[in-house]
Write a protein that binds this ligand. Sequence first.
Ligand code: NOJ
Length: 522
Amino acid sequence: MTEPAWWRDAVVYQVYVRSFADSDGDGVGDLPGIRSRLPYLRDLGVDGIWLTPFYPSPGADHGYDVANYVDVDPQLGTLADFDELLADAHALGLRVLVDIVPNHTSNEHPWFVNALSSRDHPDRARYVFRPGLDGGPPNGWTSVFGGPAWTCDEPSGEYYLHLFAPEQPDLDWHVDAVPEAFEEILRFWLDRGVDGFRIDVAQALFKAQDLHEVVEPENPTPFADWHTALQQQELHGLYRRWRELAGGYDRDRAFVAEISLEDEDELARFVRPDELNLVFNFAFLHAPWEADALRGVVDRACAAFGTVGAPPAWVLENHDVTRLPTRRGDRPDGLRRARASLLLMLALPGASFVYQGQELGLEEAVLRDDERQDPIFARTNGERLGRDGCRVPLPWTDEGRGLGFTTGVPWLPMPEEWAWQSVERQRGDATSTLELTRSALALRREHLPPGATTGFAWRESPPGTLVFERTTGEGTLVCVVNVAGEPYPLDGAELLLTSTPLAGARLPADAAAWLFEARVRV
Ligand code: NOJ
């Protein structure tokens, strides 16, 4: 019998490996640390985890600069640790996705070291080298991390392309050796038993071969725009091939794409039945706390993805964006809204991704400039603060400066006040965000069982509110989100959960509730 497609409605927990749990006191999270905390994740009620890159890496972009795709960075563990982590996760019923970084390697990857060794080395063709123009780079593209997207290889006088840091040279996917090598890499991890991959910058692998600059009339400065680098039709053939490759394996494996595209229809093309499985919905992550905006995002995604028969994949936080309570406003409103947003997300049809610490309601940590490590900070001369504030390690207990994350010195300093928000302090406290998340995941499993066919429909509701229903054979889960409306009466159904304590039977603004209407059997 075919196994149900587990990924269609899974809740996946993103583990930022360096910051989850440190087993050896060096201040950096590692694979044995994650393994020791798997029961926590099982008890939280998620279906699987996504591990950010743990491969050997010089760390210029904290792991997204990979020097060897088929090993584990010694600071984070060994391949044997990975196997044990995977086996334990599977024994606990948790799927494991690993991160694949195909757009660029580290500058310390042997291919790039060879590429720099001589203009004639065959590995040079794996990268995008071009002669300069008028004494400068081949074109005016800028890097996502600031500064030019080209660095000169002085001995040859040629430039190489890097959409991110200079330590992350872009691969040339038009050269057969590159896709061939990545098929081997995928097989390596599939053979080990992973349940799938999160694909980094999945839209950018093939660049338009003329590397043309784009000049928009309203923005006369040419830039390394994502329109040039992406939407190359070759991508679809590649992902079809990858899906076919994964389809040759016994269990159902999944590909989740990171694609920064606004256009929902364009996004949906990547998850046609024979392509990738899921693609993050970043419009949801970036949507303001406004009822109409949120409803619009949900409608657009459901329409576009419904056409290709793929589920949306919702996300509110990850390791690249400011933590949601901070984005949603000042204290205490930001956290109230973030908690309501979580209930909204977990009631929507499709898969959801929860970023570590989101279940604790952590805010963006404030760091001093000399503590910042994200290359974005240095490369923009401090103009952009970078992403360190959402990557600060997790507080497990209220002890010491490592708050149970490490017995040593955490690689990014942890705010003292996080002792109060630690897992230990929140556990068992019904008002905590940890218990809210745990309850929501348990209720989701009960009322929207994995694999069940569920309907989705909006109900009419006053301005500033969102009300929708999810119907199964057993009854209807109703999600009410009061974004900025009048207190909303919650009667006539069983109240399952609210994101904030109620004043009477009315849901105040900045809050969400789940209700259940049992099916009346005749
Ligand atoms: C997206 C990743 O999420 C981000 O952390 C990384 O810096 C870039 N891709 C480059 O790999």
